[in-house]
Design a protein around this ligand. Structure first.
Ligand code: A2P
Length: 316
């Protein structure tokens, strides 16, 4: 499978199975099916509240010889309520216990936003910690420790903008090697990708299909539907493929890792077959003319009145 390469030569499969919004009761079969199909990369996070079940599926896959631990690339993420330096390794160990693994291939800071330790979810502004109370660099030092202890082979970030990344890049001992961000044709983020690639940071595209299964509180009534976009549909028709395959192939063509979520066997297989799709320059140009930007995961849940975080802190 096509991959992206880290500094030390390790490779990360360019296509992975996303598990955000995959419910317990569904994700076990989804992970096993994906591994049987040929996926070798699973993207996880404790806030998805399904890591125990992902762990059971991984165990089953190892036991049945579908894959070995070394053959599958597993990513997870540090949640916002464990950003103090000494909270990082305990949080990572909880994730490893749930996933039934000894190490992660990649561990990311999920958001550049901190909560008090007892606040997994935020209900009022006092539940946050500001950058003065929990500096990003302090969290990063915890990530570096996790790397040195061999608990994560690679460390990185998610939802970081150029300013957040610069703070880490200027002060780190261990480089962040990944930035996982929302990317699709309505939010191509070319400049942020260029900045990342110039600085040795690989990029993963989340919500590549527009995450239509988000909770309704996270959705706007008039939001665009990528899978129903006329340009995407016409390119799909021309190549005799599905709109989802166009969107996944678009991400791969741009050398970004991509993690479409599905819990449906045939769609998991369909998404995997995007690896065989080749979009040409004309297709890519047509897609680049789509009118954006549109952010499906806009982070407004971090910016309630009185919060230390503002929209302008989050995005470039
Ligand atoms: P399902 O899990 O039932 O397959 P994203 O990866 O952007 O978060 O999008 C996930 C959403 O897209 C889910 O609702 C998922 O539904 C759906 N989805 C995944 N693969 C496909 C596909 N090939 N065609 C249409 N919808 C898909």
């Amino acid at each position: 499978m096509k991959s992206v390469k880290f500094e030390n030569g390790d490779e990360m499969p360019i296509l992975g199975l996303g598990t955000w919004k995959s419910k317990p009761g569904e994700v076990y079969d989804a992970v096993l099916h994906a591994l049987k199909c040929g996926y070798r990369h699973i993207d996880c996070a404790p806030i998805y509240q399904n890591e125990k079940e992902v762990g059971k599926a991984l165990q089953k896959a190892f036991k049945d010889g579908i894959v070995s631990r070394e053959e599958v690339f597993v990513t997870s993420k540090l949640w916002n309520n464990a950003h103090k330096k000494d909270q990082v390794i305990p949080a990572l160990k909880r994730t490893l216990k749930d996933l039934k693994l000894d190490y992660l291939d990649l561990y990311l800071i999920h958001w550049p936003v901190s909560h008090k330790e007892d606040k997994v979810n935020i209900s009022e502004p006092g539940d946050f910690l500001s950058y003065d109370e929990a500096p990003l660099m302090e969290t990063w030092e915890g990530m570096e420790e996790a790397f040195h202890e061999g608990l994560a082979n690679h460390v990185g970030v998610s939802n970081f903008n150029v300013k957040h990344l610069t703070e880490i890049l200027d002060n780190c001992e261990v480089m962040p090697e990944m930035n996982q961000i929302e990317l699709h044709p309505l939010l191509p983020q070319d400049e942020l990708i260029e900045f990342c690639h110039e600085n040795g940071v690989q990029v993963t595209a989340y919500s590549p299909l527009g995450s239509t299964d988000r909770a309704s509180a996270m959705k706007k009534d008039d939001e665009p539907n990528l899978l129903d976009n006329e340009t995407i549909k016409s390119i799909a028709q021309k190549h005799h493929i599905s709109p989802a395959q166009v969107l996944i192939a678009w991400a791969i063509e741009r050398d970004t890792v991509v993690i479409p979520k599905s819990v449906n066997e045939s769609r998991i297989r369909e998404n995997f077959k995007s690896l065989d799709v080749e979009l040409n320059q004309v297709d890519m140009e047509k897609i680049s003319k789509l009118k954006g930007p549109y952010r499906f995961v806009d982070g407004s849940f971090w910016t309630m009145e009185g919060s230390p975080y503002k929209m302008e802190d989050l995005w470039d």
